[in-house]
Design a protein around this ligand. Structure first.
Ligand code: GDP
Ligand code: MG
Length: 164
């Protein structure tokens, strides 16, 4: 099996936008394995000649009380199946309790798999400055990207592809 890169993070941080960019809009395969996960999207990708798979998570309902059950299940499955985890956060909304909950969950469950903290929507110097605050998640080496514009994504993928 090709290595699996999982995109995790609370809703609206830009996981699907990054997924589409990495997989270049190749048709996502909906894995409908019963009882395992809902709305699990996996697609093939390639970088520096290395082939891998990317898993998008999402499709969970909003839940103001923290991590919803669906989000928890999908994230746990992603962590279990992945070889590399990209933990996405959104600089435009700032660090939220949900991000901190996700960070705690990742710290507890990821074992020794590489987790990259990816701060998305960093499209100005001011936002880059603000993005530093995400070190409070406990993941102290943030990567700054714009999934929309593509900045930072190549550097991140260079690093990820090296870790396979
Ligand atoms: P998901 O819920 O984590 O999958 O997030 P989506 O990929 O659906 O994106 C949520 C919203 O953020 C959409 O309106 C996107 O257009 C927007 N978005 C995603 N990536 C970026 C980015 O790099 N910069 C900006 N400014 N907006 C983004
Ligand atoms: Mg999504």
């Amino acid at each position: 099996m090709k290595p699996l890169v999982a995109l995790v993070g609370r809703p609206n941080v830009g996981k699907s936008t990054l997924f589409n960019r990495i997989t270049r809009n190749r048709t996502a395969i909906v894995d409908s394995t019963p009882g395992v996960t809902r709305d699990r999207h996996i697609s093939e990708a390639e970088w520096l000649g290395r082939q891998f798979r990317v898993m998008d998570t999402g499709g969970y309902c909003h839940d103001r009380d923290g991590i919803s059950q669906a989000m928890l299940e999908q994230t746990m499955t992603a962590i279990a199946d992945a070889d590399v985890i990209l933990f996405l956060v959104d600089v435009r909304s700032g660090l939220t309790y949900l991000d901190l909950d996700m960070a705690k969950l990742l710290k507890k469950e990821y074992g020794d798999k590489p987790v990259y903290l990816v701060v998305n929507k960093v499209e100005s110097q001011q936002l880059q400055f603000e993005a530093e605050s995400f070190r409070k998640t406990g993941f102290t080496e943030p990567w700054f990207i714009s999934a929309r514009d593509g900045s930072g994504v190549a550097d991140l993928l260079d690093e990820v592809a090296e870790s396979f």
